[in-house]
Design a protein around this ligand. Structure first.
Ligand SMILES: Nc1nc2c(ncn2[C@@H]2O[C@H](COP(=O)(O)OP(=O)(O)OP(=O)(O)O)[C@@H](O)[C@H]2O)c(=O)[nH]1
Ligand SMILES: [Mg+2]
Length: 663
């Protein structure tokens, strides 16, 4: 919500691609109209708009900022020539871009920062600390490109540190050249000096000039800025207001002069020189009536309708302007277009005339909240699986899990918002009404005490009868040991061939213990028994074992076990103590440790153990406690005894569900 979509709108206006801006508040902008943003209040999807400015083609990709849509946003970043990171003049919020900056640096993706919303009252007073926070979040030096002109704490214009010209903001108009006020001169000179010093750190010629007090030429300065940006050695910082169109033209000019073009970016993306068209997909959409569309960047050559790419033939080349899609005969190098019916191409994959091309991409994020889905209409199950496969292909940070134990289809996502979006898509695109409920936790049960039990199965019907007779010892084992069977039968009381029948009977019975869940960590020992030469059988001994266990287990103090997850919660360090309290405030939450984040500067990771049943609420609390930016990774760690209260609740709920199912 920092104003990315608003900035796109302002850029399009500055290019002359639109005559009038749509409202960002009502999601009437080019960027938001192209997506489902309207129904959710936040951007959830990429949108693309092409424009022409000063005789050159531009393609802008607007990315969602919410943490749940990071995967989608990251995909756009990977194929971009340059990334504009939009932040607000707010130190705490600015620090939240740290993971993004770390990714950009790891991939050497050129990026600049645009400090937006400087029109907000008092923004000028917060700029200094915002810049400091940004610098602590960035591994690369920030190069401030403009200093604000101020009236008290309000920003009224800026001085461009390259041209040293001062501009005064006017509402919804290009800034007008003004005289640099005396009061701002010292600040301007200090800021320019600092900019030059940072650039001189990276260039010997500039350093010499600086030491000799020679003013570098405008061209030399721009050449340095260009090289340093392209090699991801510096992060330029611009400021302005997307809503008021302040500072937008200057940003556009800087991007024109300094951002790399597609040949440089293609090398960065791992594309080798060669002949013919080569594309890489960064988004896949299954649109009703249209079928599969692959959003691609053309890294090399020219794509024409009907061209063979990978294993398929291009059926339709589409150019975007937000929601408006136009069919074109061809797309040139550097363009971003949607190609129809490239069925074998998946998001992240490349293709040329000879087949699939493997290019560096990024792993799917691990989803952290889950819902069990059930079609409202009976018989829609197969349709649901098919539709879900497509929804997940569109967003690889979703995952489907077919739970055999609970007979559920579980959809895993990055948060409730992304889950809701998936449900909306199932409805809008596939006509599927789906009910979502909390998925079943894989509870287990075990026993606390041992018992010995006799079990006999005797049955006479028609021909020959059935007879099995066993004495078993049942005892608890250590957590994680599962199931064990042994026998200590002497004197052939139970013939050897029935030992495995007893084991089978026990395994079968343990599928559902007295509390209603699979039984684990229990040992069964067959100690004694008797048999009948004619009537005994495998089945009869299995039955006798069950008879014994039905009696035995309730006497052994059965207890409920729940899966406990090892979780890693990541957030800016000012939220760390709050995050720790979230863990300790949760049922069964245990702190394990605290570390600095491996890549995101100024972030911490809190390691903890929490019951799986608490995961969804923990994620939602984490988001609330961290202004929406915290993330969580998890793995199943161990099974733990559930305390009496919770156990009673879970067992009662299970009984009720069983009773309801029986009708
Ligand atoms: N005062 C002020 N408000 C702005 C400015 N730019 C955007 N806004 C407001 O900030 C809110 C969010 O703007 P968007 O452009 O939708 O933000 P976004 O970054 O695209 O948000 P997501 O896509 O959800 O990440 C809207 O209410 C805008 O009106 C600005 O320059 N000044
Ligand atoms: Mg947006």
């Amino acid at each position: 919500m920092t104003g990315k979509t608003s900035l796109l709108e302002a850029l399009l206006l500055a290019c002359g691609a639109i005559a009038k801006k749509g409202s960002a508040k009502d999601h009437g902008t080019v960027g938001d109209l192209a997506t489902d943003a309207k129904s959710r209040g936040v951007g959830s999807e990429l949108s693309v708009a092409g424009a022409e400015w000063e005789g050159e083609p531009w393609i802008f990709v607007d990315a969602p900022g919410a943490v749940e849509f990071t995967q989608e946003a990251t995909h756009a970043v990977l194929v971009a020539d340059v990334v504009v990171v939009v932040v607000e003049a707010d130190a705490v919020r600015a620090a939240s871009v740290s993971p993004l900056l770390a990714l950009l640096d790891a991939r050497k993706i050129p990026h600049v920062v645009f400090v937006n919303k400087v029109d907000v009252a008092g923004a000028g007073g917060r700029l200094k600390e915002t810049l400091a926070a940004l610098q602590s979040a960035s591994a690369r030096p920030l190069v401030l490109r403009e200093v604000p002109l101020r009236d008290g704490a309000d920003v009224t214009g800026f001085v461009d540190l390259v041209s040293e010209r001062a501009y005064g903001f006017k509402d919804h108009e290009d800034a007008a050249l003004t005289r640099l006020p005396e009061a701002a001169k010292t600040e301007e000179q200090e800021a320019r000096r600092e900019m030059l010093e940072r650039l001189a750190d990276l260039d010997d010629h500039l350093l010499e000039e600086l030491l000799e007090d020679v003013t570098p030429s405008h061209d030399e300065l721009v050449a340095n800025l260009r090289t340093d940006l392209q090699r991801d050695l510096i992060v330029d910082v611009f400021l302005g207001s997307a809503e008021q169109d302040h500072g937008v033209r200057r940003l556009l000019e800087a991007l024109r002069d300094e951002a790399p073009d597609v040949t440089v970016t293609a090398l960065r993306a791992g594309v080798s020189a060669g002949d013919g068209a080569l594309v890489q997909s960064f988004k896949t959409v299954h649109a009703p009536h249209v079928g599969k569309l692959s959003w691609v960047r053309v890294w090399r050559g020219e794509v024409t309708d009907g061209l063979v790419l990978g294993d398929d033939r291009v059926s339709g080349v589409h150019r975007f302007f937000g929601a408006k899609v136009q069919k074109v005969p061809r797309a040139g190098v550097g363009e971003i277009v949607a190609l129809g019916h490239l069925d074998a191409l998946h998001t992240g994959g490349g293709a040329d005339h000879a087949g699939a091309v493997v290019l560096p991409w990024i792993d799917a994020l691990q989803p952290c909240v889950a819902m069990a889905l059930r079609p409202v209409r009976v018989g829609d199950d197969v349709k649901l699986s098919g539709a879900l496969a497509k929804v997940v292909e569109e967003d690889p940070s979703l995952r489907i899990e077919q739970s055999a134990e609970a007979h559920e289809i579980v959809l895993w996502a990055q948060g409730d918002r992304q889950l809701r979006l998936a449900l909306e898509r199932l409805k809008a695109r596939f006509g599927l009404d789906v009910r979502a409920e909390a998925p079943q936790v894989a509870y287990r049960e075990t026993i606390r005490r041992s018992a010995s039990q006799h079990g006999r199965f005797k049955h006479q019907s028609g021909g020959h009868g059935a007879f099995g007779d066993v004495y078993v010892d049942v005892s608890p084992m250590a957590r994680g040991e599962g199931f064990a069977f042994d026998e200590t039968v002497t004197g052939g009381a139970v013939p050897r061939q029935y030992f495995s029948s007893v084991e089978k009977g026990a395994r079968e019975h343990f599928k559902q213990g007295p509390l209603g869940f699979p039984v684990v960590d229990v040992k069964v020992v067959l100690t004694h028994g008797s048999y009948h030469a004619v009537d005994s059988s495998d089945a009869a001994f299995q039955q006798a074992t069950r008879v014994a266990l039905v009696e035995a287990l309730p006497k052994c103090e059965p207890v409920l076990l729940e899966p406990v997850l090892a979780v890693t919660l990541a957030a800016p360090s000012e939220f760390t103590s709050r995050v720790q309290r979230l863990v300790t405030g949760r049922r069964g939450g245990q702190l394990q440790g605290l570390d600095a984040h491996a890549t995101a500067k100024g972030w911490d990771v809190v390691n903890a153990l929490v019951p799986q049943a608490e995961l969804r609420e923990l994620v939602s609390e984490l988001r609330t406690a961290t202004q929406g930016v915290g993330t969580l990774a998890w793995s199943v760690d161990h099974l733990r005894e559930v305390d009496a209260n919770e156990s009673e609740r879970v067992v009662a709920a299970r009984r009720k569900a069983r009773a309801d199912a029986r009708g």
